[in-house]
Design a protein around this ligand. Structure first.
Ligand code: ZN
Length: 177
């Protein structure tokens, strides 16, 4: 069930109209964003805070995927713990980018390959990017919860929510029996 109406979602999407290329979205593009907010925002306040944060921190229009990420990164209830915009790792987003060196190891049995991942620093990633052959080793970037207080708080809330959903699903399946 949707917790915010299409009209409320449309109002929030229209707040992005100051960003470049909004006019190019057209009705279908706007409808997709409205759908994302209706499907994923927990209520109008959650949608509003997500959009406000996007406008305050981004120079471009979000894609639907970016909007989903932004909703996920915005706590559903206003937190007492405020993001630390000065955090050198996440700039207040709660997520930090990490770099991985992925090494593929040929499986003893033959063709199958296994991979090993090792976290490396951005400097090492830059350096290695031109050196690895891309076939047996690759430099990849990934995202994880920031080590700062805010990032860890978001992680904690996410885990609680996941546990709640699992619990609901569990109770649901019990009822079916
Ligand atoms: Zn941080």
């Amino acid at each position: 069930m949707h917790k915010l109406t299409a009209a409320q979602a449309t109002r929030q999407v229209n707040r992005l109209s100051g960003l470049p290329r909004f006019a190019e979205l057209g009705k279908p593009g706007i409808a997709e964003m409205v759908r994302v907010l209706c499907d994923r925002a927990s209520d109008e306040d959650h949608a509003e805070r997500t959009v406000t944060r996007w406008i305050d921190t981004s120079k471009w229009l979000p894609s639907c995927a970016e909007l989903v990420e932004a909703l996920d990164a915005t706590p559903e209830k206003a937190l007492s713990l405020k993001p630390n915009w000065e955090c050198e790792h996440c700039q207040g987003s709660a997520y930090e980018r990490i770099w991985l060196l992925v090494t593929y190891v040929r499986h003893p049995s033959g063709h199958q390959k296994e991979c090993e991942e090792k976290e490396i620093t951005a400097e090492v990633a830059q350096q290695l990017m031109n050196e690895v052959d891309g076939h047996f080793q690759k430099v990849c970037s990934a995202v994880k919860y920031c080590r700062c207080k805010f990032g860890q708080e978001i992680k904690r809330l996410r885990l609680i929510k996941m546990a709640e959903n699992e619990d609901k699903a569990h109770r649901g399946s019990k009822r079916e029996k």
